[in-house]
Ligand binder design. Sequence first.
Ligand SMILES: Nc1nc2c(c(=O)[nH]1)N[C@H]1C(S)=C(S)[C@@H](COP(=O)(O)OP(=O)(O)OC[C@H]3O[C@@H](n4cnc5c(=O)[nH]c(N)nc54)[C@H](O)[C@@H]3O)O[C@H]1N2
Ligand SMILES: Nc1nc2c(c(=O)[nH]1)N[C@H]1C(S)=C(S)[C@@H](COP(=O)(O)OP(=O)(O)OC[C@H]3O[C@@H](n4cnc5c(=O)[nH]c(N)nc54)[C@H](O)[C@@H]3O)O[C@H]1N2
Ligand SMILES: [Mo]
Length: 752
Amino acid sequence: MADAGETVTRVTSSHWGAFEVDVAGDRIVATRPFAADPAPPRIPDILPAAVHHRSRVARPAIRRGWLETRRRDGRGSDDFVDLPWDEALDIAAEEIDRVRREHGNAAIFGGSYGWGSAGRFHHAQSQVHRFLNSIGGYVASFGSYSTGCAQAIMPHVFGVDFLTLLYEHQDGWQTIHDHTETLVMFGGINPKNAQVSMGGITEHETAGWFDRFAAKGMRRINIGPQRGDAPEGCEWLPLRPGSDTALMLALAHVLETEGLADREFLDRCTSGYDRFRPYLTGATDGVPKDPDWAAPICGVAAATIRDLARRMAATRTLITVAWSLQRAEHGEQPYWMSAVLAAMLGQIGLPGGGVGYGYGAIGGVGKSLIGLRGMTLPQLRNPVDETIPVARIADMLRHPGQPYDFNGRRKVYPDIRLVYWAGGNPYHHHQDLNALHEAWQRPDTIIVNEPWWTATAKRADIVFPATTPYEREDVGRTNLDDYLFHMPRLIPPVGQARDDYAIFAGLAGRLDAGEIFTEGRSAEDWIAHLYAEYRELAAGAGIDVPDLEGLRAANWLRLPIRAEGPNRTFFAPFRDDPAACPLPTPSGQIEIFSEVIDGFGYDDCPGHPVWLPPSEWLGAATAAAPLHLVSPQPGDKLHSQLECALADMPGARPETLVINPADAGARGIGSGDLLRVFNARGACRARALVSDAILPGVVALPTGAWFGDPGGNLDPDGNPNVLTRDRGTSRLGQGCSAHTALVEVARLDGAG
Ligand SMILES: Nc1nc2c(c(=O)[nH]1)N[C@H]1C(S)=C(S)[C@@H](COP(=O)(O)OP(=O)(O)OC[C@H]3O[C@@H](n4cnc5c(=O)[nH]c(N)nc54)[C@H](O)[C@@H]3O)O[C@H]1N2
Ligand SMILES: Nc1nc2c(c(=O)[nH]1)N[C@H]1C(S)=C(S)[C@@H](COP(=O)(O)OP(=O)(O)OC[C@H]3O[C@@H](n4cnc5c(=O)[nH]c(N)nc54)[C@H](O)[C@@H]3O)O[C@H]1N2
Ligand SMILES: [Mo]
C-alpha cells in the first residue's frame, strides 16, 4: 500500500493476465500492461473505476422483508438494511444452523459456480466449499457452464477425463505450427477469448501463433456463423449455428464413399464403426448423410464440403472444436462426431493431426508446459453425496423431489432451502433469467458474498461485502501458465469489505466449526502454508523458487517449465500399439459406437453420433422468432466482471448486437440504432452494428451486461440471457444450451 502523497507501482495477476498497478494513498489510480506480455489485454483499463465504483457493497446488508418477517417474496424489489458485521454474521449463522437442523445439510446448495478471484488462497469457490464442508456438507454441482456437456460425453469416447485431455494431452502451438497443414476450426479460435484463463495467463500467445501459421502457409478455415471468430486472414466458411454435426457427417460420408477413410486406423484403434456406417450411408434410415443432404441444413454448398473432405484427407489436418458448440442443445453430437471424423482421417496420435477442443477458448490451451501443478486450498470432504449438473439449478429449485436423467443415472432433485453463493453471478450466467427469477423465490434463504451490487446480490437475502483481489495478499500460479506471482495487498478494503476467508471463519466459529475451517491458521499463515507446499512440489520437479519473503520482494518470476520441441501426444503410444497401451474405454479403443451410451436408451443421445435438429435453430425459425441468437463471451471484460465501470462510459450501453445487412435492411435498422431484441421468454435493449461478418439470419449479442429488472419487460443494458433457453443439452450431458435460441429484433422507436 502507498503512503499519502506517494505513488507505488506493483504487478498483480488476474484471470486476464498480469498487469502493473499504480496506487496512490488508498486508491488504485492507473493500470499498465505487463512488459513481458506480447499481446496485453485492455481489460485492466477499467479496473480503477470498477474497484472504487459506487456499486461496491459497503456494509453487510439484509433484505428488509426477510429480516423483518422471513418473507421470501420481494427478492429484487425490497430494500436492504445495513447491519454491523457481528449482528449480520449472527443472523446468517443462526439461519444456516436452523436449515441444517430442520432439513439436513442436503437442503443447502453451495454449487456456487463462477469465476470470482484468480488468487489461489482467496479463491471464492474453494472458500465456500471448504466452509460448507466444515459445517456438515452441501449439495454440490458437476461440471461447468464452459464444458459441462463435453465433460459428460467425452470420457465415453476417449476414456479420459475431458479436462485432463484438454489441458494435458493436446498438441501445443509449436507442434501445430510444425506439423499441421490444414486447421479446420469449428466455431473458430478467437484471441479475444484467449485473453483469459482460469487463474491467470501471462504471455498471450494465440494471435502471435496465428501470424506464424499464416507465414508458413497453413490453411486455416473458420467454420461458423461469424467471420470474427478467427483471426483476420483465415478463410471463413459460414455455417448455420447448431448444424455442425450435419456438416461433419457429410465430410465423413465423402471419406467413406470415396475410399478416403483410414480403414487400417479404424480397425486397429476404434470400435463400432460398423454400427455407425449404416447410419452414415443411409442403410438404416434411407437418408445418406451426404453433402447434398447436409448443404441445405448447414448452408454450405455440397461442392465445398466435398473439396474440404478431400483436402482434409490429403493433408495433415487438425480439427478444432470451440466449447460453444457443446453449449447448445445436443451439444454432445458435434463433440462426439468430431472425434469420429478425426478417427476416419486416421491422424489421431500424429503430431499436428487429429482433434482438439477449446484452443482459443482460454489462453492456457495450447501452451506446452511440463505438468507442475499450481496451488489449491484443500476443500475438505463433503459428507453430503449429492450433486446436480451445474446448469440445472433453476430446474432443481423449481422441482424439488422430481426425477431426472443424467449420464446413465436416474436422479432426484434435492429440496433446497438455503443457497450460498460466493464468486459467481447466476443472474449473469444462467439461461432464461426471467424463469430463473421465479425459481429463485423458492428457497427460504439466499446468502451471497460479493464485492459489487450485482443482480445476484440485489436478489439475495443476506449480502456480505467481499474484498476484491487488490485488497488482500495472495499468490498466483496455475497449471496452465508459466509464471508465479506474489499478489500484494494494494489498497485497504473498500468500505467494510472483508475477505471471503474472514467471512467464512466468522460463520464457522459461530457454528462450532471454527477449528475445522481455519485449522488455526490466519490468512497469512495459509498463504505461507500453501506456498511452502508448492515450493516443495517445485523442488521435486527440479525447480528452485524463492521462499515467500523472496517472492514478496520479487513480486513475480517466470518458471522454467516450457516443454520445448514437438510434444508426443497422449494418443501416440496408443496409436503405435493399441493392445499394449489401450485407452481406458470399455473396448480399450476410441468408441465410435458406445454400448454404454446405447444402454442408457436416450433418444436425445443414442449409441453413436447422429444429426438431431435442435428445437430452436434456423431450420425451425418462425415468423415470431426468425433469427438465431448466439451469445458469445465479451471481448472487453470477463463475463459480468467490471461491468459497472464499463456501463458508465458514454454510449457503451446497451450492448452491441451484430446483425447482417440483409436482416437489418428488412427491418429498417442501421448501425447505432437502438433495438428491442425479444422472444417469448423475454426482451432486452441492444444497439445495432450492421456487418457482413455475420451470416444472414444470425445475430450476436455478447454476455456480460448486468441484468436489470425481472418481469420480462425490457432488460435495459442488453443481457442475452433474458432470451436464451434453459434446457439441458440432453439427458446425457445436461449442460447449458445458451447458443440454442431464436429471437426477433426491431427498432426500439417502432419505425422500420
Ligand atoms: N448466454 C450465455 N450465457 C453464458 C455463456 C454463454 O456463452 N452464453 N457462457 C457461460 C460460461 S462458459 C460461464 S463460465 C459463465 C460465467 O459466469 P460467472 O462466472 O458467474 O460470471 P462472472 O461475472 O465472472 O462472476 C463472478 C462473480 O464473482 C464476483 N467476485 C469476483 N471476485 C470475488 C471475490 O474475491 N469474492 C467473491 N465473493 N466474489 C467475487 C464478481 O464480482 C462476479 O459477480 O457464464 C455462462 N453464461
Ligand atoms: N474476453 C473474454 N474471454 C473469455 C471469456 C470472457 O468472458 N471474456 N470467458 C471465458 C470462458 S468462461 C469460456 S467458457 C470461453 C468460451 O469459449 P467459446 O465457447 O469458444 O466462446 P464463445 O464466445 O461462447 O463462442 C465462440 C463463437 O462460437 C460461435 N458459435 C456459436 N454457436 C455455434 C455453432 O453452433 N457452431 C459454430 N461453428 N459456431 C458457433 C459464435 O459465433 C461465437 O462467437 O471463453 C473464455 N474467454
Ligand atoms: Mo466458461
